[in-house]
Design a protein around this ligand. Structure first.
Ligand code: AMP
Length: 472
């Protein structure tokens, strides 16, 4: 199928052609005719499928009759409103609107928080047919009476599930109450949770359901690797992987702002060209960092989930989950930053033993086995393991010369009843159960017989002075 056959205005097709797209993606092929026919749409499209153009192109086509070059604000009322959950997505959708609408005299304004309101107010006062907004800042403008939404004909709720996750439901309902009842509503969401269904029942008219991929499915063009790595070695493993795969552009996701800051600082120290974005950075700095990453001048972007949605970097080849997200759906969105629009990508997750629960949830959601494998290019791992095991060996030997040692483990000939579970405090405040064989003869002697991986994981505790209760 070609774009020509969709019946879009020639000036829109010209802009699409300039973007280098030759044929519509599945969500575009299915949604564009339905939107052009005036129907409401519930779009279930996973990230990276081209859903922005799926609503923007027909929206521009429908607004095209209103395009005019008059200077009067009265000739440019708000006709289309696009709501997005994050500032980044807002900026990105705005960029798509201006790209696809560049040959039409339609005006567009982006309205999001964290930046000065004044330029937005001025732009809204001059008049703007299309407003792309985050809910909170839009309501600020409503309050300040700098925007009138009474002539909106098309409403788009982009990444609606995310907006609800972020607690925008009341804001959205308030905004919906300000719009004319007779309008076209397009709702796009990666998932159709019950709240989304409720929203659609309350505010949409017999919407056409368009789903182009299985819900919560991960993009098949993304190869997923999961490597076992404990928190203490993750940074070194990451640095090794960046070099091993020769990653020239990679997003690394962390769970917290604090970790994003720390990791970015440490990677900089390791010599990587790296910056962090998260909610505590000013909007200006977030936009600048994203721009540098997109134009290729920044190699490593460390981000919290604030950037997991919406961020679109052409042909981003790598995504790394430094920590698995607590919300399994975020895994799908994070790795959806790569392998976009038919390109292939690699998503690597570093999984610590304390992340088993998140991993189980991700496996359940994606329906994939997601096997945890060893880090490729062994040296870093072997080096880590050896440097971590050496002190353990030395510690053991210093406490109990090998020749005098009693057999402790079942494999060594010890009795199973000699094996007890003891709880050992770990450095990061976590507590964990160790299998320890307690020798009856040598009071106070403790031997741990972990597999090499477990030893590496629990080394910090082993280096602490023993604080165990000795079995009778
Ligand atoms: P989206 O899912 O809207 O974030 O889009 C994902 C990526 O696909 C963006 O980089 C778009 O520029 C790109 N894209 C959108 N439509 C097409 C198309 N028809 N052909 C190729 N790439 C596209």
């Amino acid at each position: 199928m070609s774009f020509d056959s969709l019946g879009l205005h020639a000036e829109i097709l010209r802009a699409v052609l300039d973007s280098g797209y030759t044929e519509p993606t599945p969500v575009q092929a299915r949604a564009i005719p339905v939107v052009l026919a005036g129907r409401d749409v519930m779009g279930g499209a996973q990230t990276g499928t081209g859903k922005t153009a799926a609503f923007t192109l027909p929206m521009l086509h429908k607004l095209q009759p209103y395009a005019n070059t008059s200077a009067s604000p009265a000739r440019h009322p708000v006709r289309a409103l696009i709501l997005t959950p994050t500032r980044e997505l807002c900026d990105q959708v705005f960029a798509s609107v201006t790209t696809y609408g560049k040959y039409l005299p339609l005006r567009a304004t982006a309205v999001f928080g964290g930046v000065d309101m004044k330029p937005q107010t001025e732009s809204l006062r001059r008049g703007s047919e299309i407003v792309v907004a985050t809910p909170g800042r839009l309501l600020d403008h409503v309050q300040a009476k700098s925007i009138d939404l009474s002539q909106v004909e098309i409403l788009v709720l982009d990444e609606a599930d995310r907006m609800l996750d972020m607690g925008f439901i009341l804001d959205i309902r308030r905004i919906l109450s300000l719009l004319p009842a007779h309008r076209q509503t397009l709702l796009f969401s990666a998932t159709f949770a019950p709240e989304i269904k409720k929203l659609s029942e309350d505010f949409m008219r017999n919407p056409e359901l368009i789903e182009v991929a299985r819900r919560n499915a991960t993009n098949e063009s993304v190869t997923q690797y999961l490597h076992a790595a404990e928190p203490a070695v993750k940074r070194r493993v990451l640095a090794h992987l960046i070099r091993h795969h020769d990653m020239q552009q990679v997003i690394v996701f962390t769970r917290t702002k604090l970790m994003a800051e720390r990791l970015s600082r440490e990677l900089k120290r390791d010599g990587f060209n790296c910056e962090a974005i998260h909610g505590d950075r000013t909007q200006q700095s977030r936009l600048e960092t994203l721009a540098a990453f997109k134009d290729g001048s920044l190699r490593v972007l460390v981000a919290t989930d604030v950037a997991a949605r919406g961020l679109d970097v052409t042909e981003l080849p790598f995504v790394v989950n430094f920590e698995l997200p607590t919300n399994a759906e975020d895994y799908v969105h994070r790795i959806g930053r790569t392998g976009r629009a038919g390109a292939t990508g690699i998503a690597i997750s570093l999984v610590g033993a304390d992340e088993d629960k998140s991993l189980c949830q991700i496996r359940k959601l994606t329906g994939k086995a997601l096997e945890v494998t060893a880090v490729p290019g062994e040296p870093a791992q072997r080096e880590n393991r050896e440097s971590r095991e050496r002190p353990v060996r030395e510690y053991r030997e210093s406490r109990e010369p090998r020749a005098e040692r009693e057999p402790r483990t079942p494999r060594e000939g010890g009795r199973r009843s000699d094996i007890h579970q003891v709880e050992t405090p770990l450095v990061e405040g976590r507590r964990t159960n160790h299998s320890a064989a307690l020798g009856g003869r040598v009071a106070g002697a403790i031997t741990h017989f972990h597999r090499a991986r477990d030893v590496a994981r629990e080394l910090p505790a082993l280096l602490l002075p023993p604080r165990y209760t000795v079995s009778k």
